[in-house]
Design a protein around this ligand. Structure first.
Ligand code: TYD
Length: 219
């Protein structure tokens, strides 16, 4: 039987430590014979990557920021995500729409009802259909003060990474609200632990859904 596409997104405030786990999960799926499409938002297509450079670096108002995030998402969905899912691949996407609700909605204070309208326009295949959502969203939850410490030693910050701790507290509350609204889609993982302790939880979220075989069953 052909594999069914699986769409997984990864979320969290800047500094929460998503990257290594996304790479490890890609390898875990590939080891079990799945084709993986590793991608990110904003970005993932030539046009969306150009929009990413703009939105992470150029000054703009919150409406412009939200529109560019959704413009990038539209291109990414049409050209990368939907085709990969149709081919039965595993799409691992570093951030998706929950980031827009958390950062533009809660962080910047932009109107959540407008974001919901954009979500419907951009992500629904037809007007009456439900918007496309990930099958699973892994949320790396970390206290903003700890994330700020981690970021302080990182590279030159972009427009989001340079925000104060208070901004990230709002963003974290935004993720919590999205999870409360769609609890079965989310796996919240406590990211205030060593990477080696976080990884088994990431893997377990996929095993519980029957997408990865437990390691002992593979040997
Ligand atoms: P991030 O995913 O942290 O990538 P990197 O690890 O390369 O820095 O950076 C993307 C930034 O974009 C992050 O600060 C959150 C922000 N963002 C939004 O504000 N809204 C969105 O809808 C998305 C997808 C990202």
């Amino acid at each position: 039987m052909a594999d069914k596409g699986i769409f997984i997104s990864f979320e969290g405030i800047d500094g929460a430590g998503k990257s290594t786990h996304i790479a490890a999960l890609a390898e875990a799926f590939q080891t079990q014979g799945r084709v993986v499409a590793l991608t990110r938002e904003p970005g993932g297509t030539p046009l969306a990557e150009k929009l990413r450079t703009l939105v992470l670096n150029d000054a703009m108002d919150p409406l412009c920021e939200a529109l560019l995030m959704f413009a990038a998402r539209r291109d990414h969905l049409r050209l990368v995500i939907e085709p990969a899912l149709a081919r039965g691949e595993v799409v691992l996407c570093d951030r998706f729409t929950d980031a827009t609700f958390a950062y533009q909605g809660h962080g910047r204070g932009f109107d959540l009802a407008v974001l919901s309208q954009l979500e419907q326009w951009v992500q629904a295949p037809t007007d009456s259909a439900e918007p496309r959502q990930p099958d699973l969203t892994i949320w790396f939850d970390l206290a903003p003060a700890i994330a700020a410490e981690r970021l302080a030693s990182a590279r030159v910050p972009d427009r989001f990474e340079s925000q104060p701790v208070d901004f990230f507290a709002l963003v974290a509350a935004g993720y919590a609200q999205r999870m409360a609204q769609q609890p079965t889609r989310f796996a919240r993982i406590d990211a205030d632990q060593a990477k080696a302790a976080v990884w088994p939880r990431v893997r377990a979220a996929c095993e519980q859904r029957g997408w990865l075989r437990p390691l002992e069953a593979c040997s």
